[in-house]
Design a protein around this ligand. Structure first.
Ligand code: ADP
Ligand code: ZN
Length: 529
């Protein structure tokens, strides 16, 4: 007979109180825990800090057997398991950092029914070895953490996650719960489909982080702007500054130190001992500013980070949301500050072009970048835009820069009408549709080969938009896309009008556009009307 870990608690609340010392469940926790304890599947979308761990740990403690936790964050497993053990939970992990004897000991403990929780990396489950081991013991629940990694659409795709779908068939009767802090509708749909969770209950928490103030400024003198921002924060607070490259991390840390700020660099190229020391100082001391690549922060449990600053544009809104989410996890006021410029846009376009992947993949990356830029360029509430990106409707927040200091705008109605009527005409008269690049060429009166061969220089709108630069037009396109006044369709992102476009074409929908966008020229100095 196979051994199974006996239930450690009679009820979920008993477990919550004895193991964690919490008085009550928060948000969706109780409902998720009930669903899973009863043997049902669940998909949990909850922002960072929302309390996802409890959602699968408690069912593991209340049900018979061992809870399997699939997590890609190998570097954190050791700490997570230590923390659980300190609370009296029998937890262990299996990953590539262990030697054969350590692994064998964990396997014995699992088969002997001694474990409440077993953490494994997803790559362990793509082969048969770990699977047949698991099948010889008893699982109480299967938790798939960072479930967005299964999504091609998302920013963090991991092929190993695709093999997790058939856990449903391999372990019938074991409830599964997929959890993530990233929640676009597309990612949500892919989690449901690829992880075979069509019968799961869905728990979607609000993604609002009301205590975070969002601020995004155009780069002028970025280092000066960063120092001004940091020195304006209360004395002794901790913060994280994110940069894209290792070089940028080191130079920025050095610069901040020269200005008397206690800044430390952190990136994967530094010696492990230095990384550990910097992380320990960040966690324990007051007033440390960590300058880091995005490798830093995943799973770092420091609730009182008072600011997160981005000095390079994140690649996606999901990334931005996750990184800024590391500020203010204690619920006290915190600031997400970012500076971005045309150089960021140019650099990222180049990276996408030179990068790997087929055309569809590059198209997706481009759409991620455009959505990020639209958030930078919005004239309406940042939080409202951010939440809308995750499919959640909200009112203007009164706690972001666009709410607090409405940005100067210019009247974009005429350019919007020029663009939309070009799209409508091409569609009606020639049954054609194009992406932003070619449409902008038409509007600016460019003499490209494609314009000549398609005879687009014969269109009545040819050259009527020469007053705006290419970059300004791209900003117009992004802002119209973000407001649903324009839509990108199909794999190649050709542009089409929407229902709401009609109001713009009739001149009834105002189109205020931001003046301080990073277009390099023009719109910034144009007179507001
Ligand atoms: P996530 O994985 O969603 O980022 P965690 O599970 O790490 O969140 O929980 C975030 C923080 O909230 C932790 O410090 C945790 O101890 C705390 N927490 C979780 N659930 C509760 C609860 N029911 N009551 C009080 N604190 C909680
Ligand atoms: Zn706002």
């Amino acid at each position: 007979a196979r051994a199974a870990r006996a239930p450690q608690f009679r009820t979920a609340l008993d477990a919550l109180r004895s193991v964690y010392g919490f008085d009550a469940f928060r948000g969706d926790q109780a409902a998720v825990v009930d669903q899973v304890i009863a043997g049902g599947d669940a998909i949990v979308l909850m922002p960072t800090g929302g309390g996802k761990s409890v959602c699968y740990q408690i069912p593991a403690l209340v049900r018979e057997g061992t809870g399997l936790v699939v997590s890609p964050l190998i570097a954190l497993m050791h700490d997570q398991v230590d923390a659980l053990r300190a609370n009296g939970v029998q937890a262990a992990y299996l990953n590539s950092t262990q030697d054969a004897s350590e692994r064998a000991a964990v396997e014995r403990a699992y088969l002997g029914g001694e474990l409440d929780l077993l953490y494994v990396a997803p790559e362990r489950l793509s082969g048969q070895g770990t699977r047949s081991l698991l099948a010889r013991g008893t699982l109480s629940v299967i938790a798939i953490d960072e479930a967005h990694c299964v999504s091609h659409w998302g920013h963090d795709f991991r092929p190993d996650y695709l093999a997790l779908g058939d856990l449903a068939e391999a372990f019938t009767g074991v409830p599964r719960v997929a959890l993530t802090a990233t929640a676009t509708e597309e990612t949500h749909r892919e989690i449901t489909q690829r992880l075979h969770l069509s019968d799961a209950r869905h728990f979607v928490a609000s993604f609002d982080r009301p205590n975070i103030t969002y601020r995004i400024v155009v780069k002028a003198d970025p280092r000066r702007q960063l120092v001004d921002f940091i020195t304006a924060q209360p004395e002794g607070v901790a913060g994280i500054v994110y940069a894209l490259s290792r070089k940028q991390v080191e130079q920025t840390a050095t610069f901040l130190r020269s200005k008397g700020i206690d800044a430390l660099p952190y990136h994967a190229g530094l010696p492990a001992s230095m990384r550990a020391e910097h992380q320990a100082r960040f966690l324990r001391e007051d007033g440390v500013v960590m300058v880091a690549t995005i490798a830093f922060g995943m799973g770092i449990d420091k609730p009182d980070v008072r600011f997160v600053a981005h000095i390079d544009l994140p690649k996606s809104v999901e990334g931005y949301y996750q990184e800024t989410g590391r500020a203010g996890r204690d619920g006290e006021p915190a600031v997400a500050w970012m500076t971005y410029g045309l150089s960021d846009v140019v650099q990222q376009r180049r990276l996408i072009d030179a990068g790997e992947g087929d055309r569809a993949h590059k198209q997706r990356q481009q759409q991620h970048l455009d959505a990020m830029l639209a958030l930078c360029e919005t004239v309406t509430c940042r939080r409202q835009n951010l939440l809308a990106y995750f499919g959640q409707a909200s009112e203007p927040c009164g706690n972001c820069d666009t709410c607090l200091e409405p940005p100067p705008t210019w009247d974009g109605l005429i350019p919007a009408q020029k663009l939309l009527s070009t799209i409508v005409r091409l569609q009606r008269e020639r049954n054609q549709a194009f992406g932003a690049g070619h449409l902008i060429d038409i509007l600016r009166g460019a003499g490209t080969e494609r314009i000549r061969s398609q005879r687009h220089d014969q269109l009545s709108t040819y050259g009527i938009g020469a007053d705006l630069s290419d970059q300004e037009w791209r900003s117009v396109v992004r802002q119209l896309l973000a407001r649903d006044l324009l839509q990108a369709v199909g794999e190649y992102g050709t542009l089409a009008v929407t229902e709401a476009s009609a109001g713009v074409l009739r001149g009834e929908t105002p189109v205020p556009l931001r003046r301080d966008v990073a277009t390099g020229t023009g719109a910034r100095t144009r007179k507001a009307s």
